[in-house]
Design a protein around this ligand. Structure first.
Ligand SMILES: [Zn+2]
Length: 86
């Protein structure tokens, strides 16, 4: 497809998110491209109970912006439970 924006690979986005601090799991990962200049991302990150959600959120947002140039990032941080919440 000529002229189409490069597809955002959700697998690599997920890997980046998991590399942030105490992230344990990523789900509802939903990247998409509006056009060449605008890509959006929505995701949930599950973190360790002793992790600081604001710090994780800040790091994840900064990382994704610099690596993937998302123009809008919506991340929900939730605490990881072994019974895997959704
Ligand atoms: Zn969730």
């Amino acid at each position: 497809m000529e002229g189409a924006p490069p597809p955002v690979r959700s697998s690599s986005v997920g890997e980046q998110l998991l590399s942030v601090g105490k992230a344990k799991a990523v789900h509802r990962l939903h990247p998409w491209s509006l056009n060449v200049n605008n890509s959006l991302l929505a995701a949930h990150i599950a973190i360790d109970e002793d992790a600081d959600s604001q710090i994780i959120l800040g790091k994840a947002t900064k990382l994704l912006r610099s690596k993937f140039s998302f123009s809008s990032i919506t991340i929900e941080v939730e605490y990881f439970k072994t019974s895997a919440a959704r």
